[in-house]
Design a protein around this ligand. Structure first.
Ligand code: GFB
Length: 330
């Protein structure tokens, strides 16, 4: 990352990068990755700075000299939380991103990377999904509220590029997993849910484990450490209007994912598919060719990543609350 010079001393100053959402799975991975760069990482807990509070966010950016923002703060959740809390997913995300992007721009922050999501593409987008599929057909109903907010964030970055010439860009991560994931079965994504269910079933010698839906949906999974590496790469190298897909190319059905997690956790019982729970979009594989052409590729295989994620859960579950969520006020 490029350095700058202190106006008074002439000494190099470190670029100050604000990571919004640093306590979450994505933000914490980005901070771990940035620790290896010659930058100063700026963070605020939710107690210190409520990103849904416009006045507080504006005051923060006015007071701090921020050189770049990575906007990883968001209300996120799995298929059921998305479907059951439409107001929270739409409103919180609109507020957070509008406050952060708008206040950063008003304070003259020159660089920002916004994190979108693969679920913002149309439900039946041609696979693998290219960036230009955005806004070409209807969304998946279970997560349309979150998707609409994220689409607005992508467009807001494009608008600031067009109207104010700011270098604000968007990255579209695929389904992510890794350290600091949410293991609350009511609100989590599929992979942490499966890890928790299979670990607990193996320990209790349960005869079966419930898997939501039919097991046939296909999903692409990426370890969050790979995502963090890609985001830092894009922060340094990418400056274009189009969002950039960040995928692993590692696609698997939910049924086979469950079998993989069962093997890793030593669970030997049956899988029980509960088709009263939603499947969501049938397939969500992104075309990450643009990112590859820029010179970045992922390193962590799904098998290795799941092994690490199971180990992380076993090592850290005592510190998670009873609901499986880390007790973090941000
Ligand atoms: O990860 P997930 O909740 O979200 O579910 P999406 C993926 C698939 O796994 C769905 C199935 O077909 C679920 O029905 N599944 C099976 C389970 N067992 C479970 C379980 O115990 N828990 C969960 N959560 N799923 C999300 C969006 O969609 O993708 C978000 O809702 C976000 O907005 C995220 O974009 C990346 O992949 O369907």
């Amino acid at each position: 990352m490029s350095g700058q010079t202190d106006m008074n001393t002439g000494n190099p100053t470190r670029r100050r990068v604000f990571v919004a959402g640093h306590r979450g799975m994505v933000g914490s991975a980005i901070c771990r990755r940035l620790e290896t760069e010659p930058v100063e990482i700026v963070t605020r807990t939710r107690g210190e700075l409520d990103l849904t509070n416009q006045a507080a966010v504006s005051a923060f950016f006015a007071a701090e000299r921020i050189d770049a923002v990575i906007l990883a703060a968001a209300r996120v959740g799995g298929i059921l939380a998305n479907a059951e809390q439409p107001v929270d997913f739409l409103q919180d995300n609109l507020q957070i991103q509008t406050n952060v992007i708008g206040a950063a721009a008003a304070a003259g922050v020159p660089r920002l990377v916004f994190l979108g999501s693969s679920c913002i593409y149309p439900k039946f987008a041609e696979q693998p999904i290219r960036e230009d599929a955005l806004m070409t057909a209807p969304l998946e109903p279970t997560n349309q509220w979150y998707a609409i907010a994220k689409i607005a964030g992508v467009y807001l970055c494009q608008a600031y590029r067009q109207q104010h010439g700011l270098s604000y860009v968007s990255a579209m991560p695929t389904n992510l997993y890794g350290p600091n994931d949410n293991f609350d079965l009511a609100t989590s994504h599929v992979l942490p849910a499966l890890i928790r269910k299979f670990v607990e079933a193996a320990e209790a010698a349960s005869p079966d484990v419930e898997i939501w839906g039919s097991g046939t949906p296909l999903r692409e999974f990426m370890h969050v450490d790979d995502l963090a590496d890609a985001i830092v790469f894009l922060l340094d190298t990418y400056d274009g209007d189009a969002p950039i897909n960040v995928g692993s190319g590692q696609e698997i059905s939910i049924g086979n994912l469950a079998r993989l997690v069962a093997r890793e956790t030593g669970f030997a019982g049956m899988l029980r598919f509960n088709t009263s729970k939603p499947d969501g979009t049938p397939r969500k594989l992104m075309d990450s060719g643009h990112l590859a052409a820029l010179g970045w590729s992922p390193r962590i295989s799904l098998e290795d990543g799941i092994r690490q994620a199971v180990r992380w859960y076993l090592d850290n579950r005592a510190e998670l609350g009873a609901d499986g969520k880390a007790d973090r006020p941000s």
